[in-house]
Ligand binder design. Structure first.
Ligand code: NAP
Ligand code: ZN
Length: 349
């Protein structure tokens, strides 16, 4: 086993502590990545706090990983030592089922292997990117285009692909009216991507505090959801709404903003169930859907799209000893717009 440094939580309250974890010795198809940057996703917090189910501690979160390959297994063909690469929310899948064969490994019928908090095919419990190195099978490693710096590339591996995939799937483009609910890590990427795809973009945020930012990111319109007038003004407007909110919202109120045949896609994954009145759907043949990250092929496509269109997340780079504070700020919706850990500071006190 390879010993590497990492930051882990030991219970649902935290705090993070510096520790050592083990990575497997390289299998034939594995690459060893020296992690340079790791983004902080709200999912890291949901997972560590047990919002989605029981957690095995210690847990090293982190599924927005950007780094450089320092070693490859004997049968690796897709990557080479020195390559700039990324790893997102999954590190393996069965590779055999109908969904894996379609390139949507995130929906693997046998269950994809999460980058952290999952049991891998070797019987090891996976640990994520808040660490100095990771070993991953080459098929789950994507290439970071030269035009993207590694620090801004990291959040694309989850926040980027999670918004890119539903925008593509539901046909975002010229002539489409799209709303993004919640201007956080995912939301701000949703705005940038939908704008670059040519859609008309509206931000639905709790307040107007971030309005100037939203318009600069590419939004055409910006409304506060705390203002009841917003729901009257925008009734029946949107072809697609991407809900990135990490907490429970009144789904029926947002469904009323959809045009005929419109779709509300939840990417936000709150612990609480959301309640839908069937009448909210029947009225205008509306749909309520979900979407989870994106497949490996589509993740590469998204990275190339971002490089081509000069799209990068707005980030605040922090030291490894500041993760606890960053989490508090994410929970308070005080993130502009993604925290990224500089992994070279891993050993700092
Ligand atoms: P984030 O940076 O915290 O952004 C969430 C945004 O939601 C906040 O900035 C805030 O925006 C809004 N919000 C927060 N609490 C709210 C409340 N009580 N009521 C209304 N709005 C609220 O989080 P993130 O990293 O973007 O992740 C967002 C969610 O997506 C999380 O639940 C995460 O687990 C989930 N996620 C899902 C996938 C997937 O594959 N489906 C992938 C990644 C993440 P405003 O301040 O603008 O209102
Ligand atoms: Zn994530």
């Amino acid at each position: 086993m390879i010993q590497v440094n990492a930051r882990a939580v030991y219970d649902s309250e935290g705090p993070f502590k510096l520790t050592t974890i083990e990575r497997r010795e390289l299998e034939q198809k594995d690459v060893l990545i020296e992690i340079k940057y790791a983004g902080i996703c709200h999912s890291d917090i949901h997972s560590a706090r047990g919002d989605w189910g029981a957690v095995q501690y210690p847990l090293v979160p982190g599924h927005e990983i950007a780094g450089i390959i320092t070693q490859i297994g004997t049968e690796v063909t897709k990557h080479a030592v020195g390559d700039r690469v990324g790893v997102g929310c999954m590190v393996d899948s069965c590779g055999d089922c109908v969904n894996c064969n379609k390139g949507v490994e995130q929906y693997c019928l046998n269950g994809m292997t999460g980058t952290y908090g999952a049991m891998d095919r070797y019987g090891h419990y996976t640990q994520g990117g808040y660490s100095t190195h990771i070993v991953v099978t080459e098929d789950f490693v994507v290439k970071i285009p030269d035009r993207l710096e590694l620090d801004v590339a990291a959040p694309l591996l989850c926040a980027g692909i999670t918004t890119y995939s539903p925008l593509r799937h539901w046909g975002a483009g010229p002539g489409k009216k799209i709303a993004v609910v919640g201007l956080g890590g995912l939301g701000h990427m949703g705005v940038k991507l939908a704008h670059a795809m040519g859609a008309e973009v509206t931000v639905l945020s709790q307040t107007l505090k971030k309005k100037e930012d939203g318009l600069q990111l590419g939004a055409d319109n910006y409304y506060a959801t705390s203002d009841p007038e917003t729901f009257k003004t925008l009734a029946g407007t949107f072809d697609l709404i991407i809900n990135t909110v990490s907490a429970e919202i009144d789904v029926n109120a947002y469904l009323s903003l959809l045009a005929l045949d419109g779709t509300l896609v939840n990417v936000g994954a709150p612990a609480e169930p959301l309640s839908v009145h069937v009448m909210s759907l029947i009225g205008h043949r509306r749909s309520f859907a979900g979407s989870m990250i994106g497949g490996i092929r589509e993740t590469q496509e998204m990275l190339d799209f971002c490089a081509e269109h000069n799209i990068a997340p707005e980030i605040e780079v922090i030291k490894a000893n500041q993760i606890d504070e960053a989490w508090v700020r994410v929970l308070a919706s005080d993130v502009r717009y993604r925290f990224v850990i500089d992994i070279s500071t891993m050993e700092n006190e």
